[in-house]
Ligand binder design. Structure first.
Ligand code: FES
Length: 88
């Protein structure tokens, strides 16, 4: 599990290991713009203000992934046990 902190609302919640982050964001009332929902198109690119990302997309370059300041919220997640701070 990892924790998500939404920077704009201050809302925090925990995402279970097999729970899709995008589904949970929607359940929390956050509706990121999406298209492919498979980590390919880049539409759901979201700024990450803090935390450790587990990237699972095919869109960002290795260098962009390593920078750790953006993620594709349709497929990527937080590293287990950490808190991801999203600009949402
Ligand atoms: Fe296409 Fe997330 S919606 S990469």
């Amino acid at each position: 599990a990892f924790t998500v902190a939404l920077a704009r609302s201050g809302h925090r919640f925990t995402v279970a290991p097999h729970e899709p982050l995008l589904e949970r964001l929607r359940a929390e009332g956050v509706l990121p713009e999406t298209s492919c929902e498979g980590g390919v198109c880049g539409t759901c690119l979201t700024r990450v203000l803090g935390g450790a990302i587990a990237h699972h997309d095919y869109y960002l370059s290795a260098a962009e992934q390593a920078a750790g300041d953006r993620m594709l919220v349709c497929v990527s997640r937080g590293q287990p046990g950490t808190t991801l701070v999203l600009d949402l």
